[in-house]
Design a binder for this molecule. Structure first.
Ligand code: ATP
Ligand code: LTN
Length: 336
């Protein structure tokens, strides 16, 4: 049967901690949903994680746990590809060539670099600075059409397009220009304790995030404590009511209801009822994922087999691109 060629997706997540509700709503939930329409490659970005100091044994453990969690979310490793970044060395090979085609000034403007340098002033390393080049390599090496990410990654996606476009101009058509896929409602889930800041798995305040592995009691407790305001009305207004608006975005994601419908549903009710409802739909959504996670993580051999197979399949695609790029830029390649 002649089928039209499906578009390709690539995305990544760092094994820097247990994924939060922000990672779930902004990214990995969509990764699972997009599998029915696209050919997908999903990657655990362990090399990117090294830009911040990691405890080696923990990084190793988290990498495997993250793989199990992605499988639990519904990533299908037979019809799509799940792999670990460092298992495909071609990403680093392409990153070097791209770094030589990226300007210092362009990298200096990246807000994540500025944020993370401010957060870790004792370790402003070269990897943190060239982070977006490696990310561009991750995407361009597979000629991905679409990249599902949260809002915080859109600047990195834009620089990937700039790099690809420049390379194509200098060396001839080589890379596909990738598009972002940023969800409408949950592109930026905010911290529960400081709702003007992004919810982040590396936050030191455990009440600021809900983890994908949190049980129902923890979820209820964290939402009950979530910072709101004194106005007492469930109304969507990001600027003046960031806490309530954030909870509404979460509720909307899991119920499919619009902001108007949510406002109507909780008209005349207090924040207590609303927070409990948000906690319930969140716990209901995460419960099946958590059950699967426990089951899959118990079978280490299966997880490792999936990653081995994923790396081999990704490497075949990636090596082809590197070969082509090396030829285009004039690196001598000998017949094999
Ligand atoms: P770290 O705290 O280590 O910086 P992180 O929580 O930001 O990590 P990443 O691994 O960098 O997580 O991101 C994985 C994906 O999740 C990316 O697509 C990112 O845009 C998305 N994401 C992260 N945090 C949020 C959030 N609060 N809301 C929506 N999407 C998010
Ligand atoms: N920088 C991303 C993780 C990441 C990524 C990618 C996302 C690494 N390589 C390629 C999309 C495409 C982050 O979430 N911080």
């Amino acid at each position: 049967m002649a089928e039209e060629k499906r578009k390709r997706i690539l995305s990544g997540i760092q094994p820097t901690g247990t994924p939060t509700l922000g990672n779930y709503i902004g990214a990995v939930r969509n990764w699972a949903l997009l599998q029915s329409e696209y050919d997908c490659l999903y990657m655990i970005a362990d090399l990117h994680a090294l830009t911040v100091r990691q405890v080696p044994a923990e990084l190793r453990r988290r990498t495997r746990e993250l793989a199990a969690l992605l499988l639990a979310v519904g990533i299908d490793p037979k019809n799509h590809v799940l792999f670990v970044q460092s298992h495909v060395p071609a990403h680093c090979e392409l990153a070097w060539v791209l770094a030589c085609n990226t300007q210092f000034g362009e990298l200096s403007r990246m807000t994540q670099f500025k944020d993370k340098s401010a957060k870790h002033p004792d370790n402003v390393n070269g990897g943190l600075f060239t982070y977006p080049v490696l990310m561009a390599a991750d995407i361009l090496i597979y000629n991905a059409d679409l990249v599902p990410v949260g809002q915080d990654q859109t600047q990195h996606l834009e620089i990937a397009r700039v790099i690809a476009n420049r390379f194509n101009g200098v060396y001839g058509e080589t890379f596909t220009l990738p598009e972002g896929y940023v969800p409408a409602a949950g592109a930026k889930i905010m911290s529960l304790s400081e709702p003007t800041k992004k919810m982040s798995k590396s936050d030191t305040n455990a009440n600021s995030f809900v983890l994908m592995t949190d049980d129902r009691d923890a979820i209820v407790r964290k939402f009950k404590r979530a910072v709101t305001d004194s106005d007492g009305q469930v109304r969507f207004d990001r600027e003046n009511k960031p806490g309530v608006s954030n909870l509404m975005a979460i509720y909307s994601t899991f119920t499919g209801r619009t902001m108007e419908e949510i406002e109507a549903e909780f008209a005349g009710k207090g924040y207590g009822d609303f927070k409990l409802a948000v906690a319930e739909v969140t716990a209901d959504a995460l419960a099946p994922v958590q059950a699967e996670y426990g089951r899959i993580l118990a079978d280490k051999a299966y997880v490792d087999e999936v990653l081995k197979d994923g790396a081999a399949r990704a490497a075949r695609l990636a090596n082809r691109t590197v070969s082509k790029v090396y030829r285009k830029v004039g690196l001598l390649q000998l017949d094999r």
